[in-house]
Design a binder for this molecule. Structure first.
Ligand code: NDP
Length: 342
């Protein structure tokens, strides 16, 4: 089998030399274990954090160990009563052509419900993150205004579409005209602003203020950086900020190398939270998987009927995963980033 390991911890933006593509012995399934041939794997922003040796909600990937990640594939050997050869499954199988996990750590997929790749995006962890964060901490109400950045990714597009279905005004922020078009024409956002078209937070804030004439009730935080600085002063009293991610600062490391705006604006930011009585709630989706069946029951049929749309960006070949990952961190993905492995 082939796999990609973490060869070195990145210093800022990851580079080719931080990864190594190599041969590894084919795992032999032990008692209760299942051997899977990976067909498609997911690339997600959180993987950047796992490359650093820093205290976080999950342990870092160890050097010379397989990069972690969710993947879907086909069972090729099983010592678990619930899985048979030929079954399609999802699991944390890593950046590899094959993975071996205990059956308890795998979820069976029904390919008759559509492509199994949806288990990596719209009906997987990212879609669940958007759905849960919005419903639980965003507390959306019809007529309110929501802003979300990384609007065309699997998290942002779920947040925006659910909010539209619930009767909110939805303003997205995305990188580039094509992504803004996708947000409006495919995902049904009311408006979408290209963050790259504004030289600083002040200019972006002025454009956002025009698109949010009644202020912002929910800012679903995916990126931080310039976008956070732009949105925060527009928040209405009692506004909600589900803090889901801060990708603009991921390459700065856990303790903040160059976190634009982070230090200088801290007093102003803290005051805004007080004066506007904002509800700011950080969450990590892995704490909430008991709600996953509820999510699937709600979102599954909506996806089936086309009320919730999804777009996948599928790269070819495990060996191209590092480059595709680095590209995604810079916004090079157009929809959910997946790598076709098998
Ligand atoms: P995406 O597929 O949307 O990919 C990341 C996107 O982030 C890029 O395409 C780019 O979009 C945007 N981006 C990157 N750098 C910047 C920047 N400097 N400023 C503004 N935007 C930037 O990712 P996901 O939908 O998978 O994830 C979205 C967020 O949710 C991430 O922060 C992720 O870490 C977080 N997350 C958190 C979870 C949790 O448990 N809390 C679980 C899952 C995801 P564009 O080109 O449009 O700017």
């Amino acid at each position: 089998m082939k796999r990609i390991v973490l060869a070195r911890r990145p210093d800022g933006e990851p580079v080719d030399a931080d990864f190594r593509y190599e041969d590894a012995p084919m795992p032999v399934p032990g008692e209760g274990e299942v051997l899977v041939r990976v067909t498609d794997m997911s690339l997600d922003p959180y993987m950047r954090g796992r490359m650093d040796d820093a205290k976080s909600y999950a342990k870092p990937v160890e050097l010379d160990h397989t990069m972690e990640g969710g993947a879907v594939g086909e069972v090729i050997a099983s010592n678990h009563p619930k899985f048979a050869v030929g079954d399609h499954v999802f699991g944390m199988l890593g950046w590899a052509t094959h993975g071996c996990l205990n059956g308890r750590e795998l979820r069976k997929l029904d390919p008759s419900h559509g492509s199994t790749t949806t288990a990596l995006g719209v009906l997987g962890m990212p879609g669940f993150t958007g759905w849960f964060g919005l419903m639980e901490y965003g507390k959306p109400k019809a007529g309110e205004t929501l802003v979300v950045a990384a609007a065309t990714g699997p998290v942002g597009s779920m947040v925006g579409q659910m909010a539209k279905l619930l009767g909110l005004r939805v303003v997205g922020i995305a990188g580039g005209a094509d992504k803004c078009k996708l947000a409006k024409e495919t995902f049904g956002f009311d408006e979408c602003l290209d963050h790259r078209a504004y030289e600083d937070a002040k200019a972006l804030r002025a454009a956002l203020a025009e698109q949010c004439p009644n202020g912002v009730d929910i800012y679903f935080e995916n990126v931080a950086g310039k976008v956070l600085e732009a949105v925060l002063p527009l928040m209405n009293v009692g506004g909600r900020i589900p803090v889901c991610g801060m990708i603009a600062w991921y390459n700065a490391g856990a303790l903040g190398g160059n976190m634009t705006g982070a230090k200088d604006n801290l007093p102003k930011m803290w005051r805004t939270i007080l004066v506007n009585r904002l509800h700011v709630h950080g969450f990590i989706i892995s704490d909430h998987f008991e709600r996953f069946p509820e999510f699937l029951m709600d979102a599954g049929p909506r996806v089936g009927k086309g009320d919730i749309k999804y777009v996948e960006d599928i790269a070819e070949g495990l060996e191209n995963a590092p480059r595709t990952f680095m590209n995604m961190l810079k916004g090079g993905n157009f929809g959910k980033q997946i790598v076709k492995v098998g």
